[in-house]
Design a protein around this ligand. Structure first.
Ligand code: ZN
Length: 259
C-alpha cells in the first residue's frame, strides 16, 4: 500500500531487516488491535488470540513491504520501510520511476504475501497435513478440516491439535491471500491502483492518469456496494466509499490543473 508517511515520533520502533531501515509508528499497533477486536463478530477472540493476530499482521505487512523494498533495491533504489496506521509503505528518494519498474515494484508486495502463504502450505504438507484448494463451499468438508473461501473456491487444510495454531493459520492465510488480492484491485492508493496508472499511462500517455482515476473511482464504488450488500460489512463499505471519494477528488483536482 502507499499512503503518506507519518511524522517521526518518540514511540517509534526502529530496526533493520535485510539491510532496509524499518520504522513502526505507534498507530500501527492501534490499527492492528482495532482490526483484531473488530473481526471478533463470529468467533470469540481472547487476549492470546489478539496477540497472535497482531503478530500475524505485523509479520505479514512487513513481508509485503519487504517485497516492494527488494524490488526497489533490484532497480537501484535504497528504500526504507514504514509501518503506520493505514498499513505500510516502502519508499525511496532514488527509486527507478520508469513505468515498467514501478509496475514490478507494486506487484512485488502482494507477490511476497502469496509466496509466504505458499510456504505455509508447503510446511503443512511436509509435516503430513492434508492441504489443498478446490472449488466448492466449506460445508462439504469434515470438522477436522479448516477452510478459507477465496473467490468461489476454498483453500482447505487439516486442523492441527492446537486451537491457537489453527487460529494463527486461518488469520495468516486470510491476511496474506485475502488482503493481497484486495490490494491488487485497481484502486488508489492500493498496489493495483499504481499498476493500473502505469499500465494506462503506457498505453495512453495523454489520458492515462485520468482513466486510472476513473477506473479507481468506479472499482472502489463497486467494492463499497459489495461490502455493504454481500459481505454486510460497514467497515468495508466505509473504507472503499472513502477511497472512491478521494479518487473523485483527485480526478477533479487533476482536471482543473490540466485546464
Ligand atoms: Zn503494497
Amino acid at each position: 500500500m502507499l499512503f503518506a508517511e507519518p511524522p517521526r515520533s518518540e514511540y517509534d520502533l526502529r530496526f533493520r531487516a535485510f539491510g532496509f531501515p524499518v520504522r513502526v509508528h505507534p498507530y500501527f499497533w492501534l490499527l492492528a488491535v482495532l482490526l483484531g477486536v473488530g473481526f471478533g463478530r463470529g468467533e470469540s477472540v481472547d487476549l492470546a488470540d489478539l496477540v497472535i493476530w497482531i503478530a500475524v499482521v505485523f509479520v505479514s505487512i512487513l513481508v509485503h513491504e519487504l517485497g516492494h523494498a527488494f524490488a526497489q533495491r533490484h532497480f537501484g533504489g535504497r528504500p526504507w520501510i514504514t509501518l503506520h496506521a493505514m498499513g505500510g509503505l516502502a519508499a525511496c528518494d532514488d527509486c527507478d520511476r520508469a513505468p515498467r519498474s514501478q509496475i514490478l515494484i507494486a506487484l512485488a508486495g502482494p507477490a511476497a504475501g502469496f509466496a509466504s502463504a505458499l510456504l505455509a502450505v508447503v510446511a503443512l504438507r511436509i509435516t503430513g497435513h492434508v492441504v489443498g484448494f478446490r472449488f466448492g463451499s466449506p460445508d462439504s468438508f469434515g470438522s477436522a478440516i479448516e477452510g478459507l473461501r477465496i473467490f468461489g473456491g476454498t483453500l482447505y487444510w487439516e486442523a492441527t491439535g492446537n486451537p491457537r495454531m489453527n487460529f494463527l493459520l486461518r488469520q495468516f492465510f486470510w491476511v496474506n491471500i485475502g488482503w493481497g488480492l484486495i490490494n491488487l484491485l485497481p484502486i488508489y492508493p492500493l498496489d493495483g491502483g499504481q499498476v493500473s496508472r502505469e499500465v494506462l499511462t503506457l498505453k495512453n500517455p495523454r489520458r492515462g492518469i485520468v482513466l486510472s482515476l476513473q477506473v479507481s473511482m468506479s472499482a472502489a464504488a463497486i467494492m463499497a456496494g459489495v461490502g455493504l450488500v454481500a459481505w454486510k460489512s460497514l467497515f468495508t463499505a466505509l473504507l472503499f466509499g472513502s477511497l472512491a471519494y478521494s479518487s473523485y477528488q483527485a480526478l477533479k483536482a487533476y482536471q482543473s490543473r490540466s485546464w
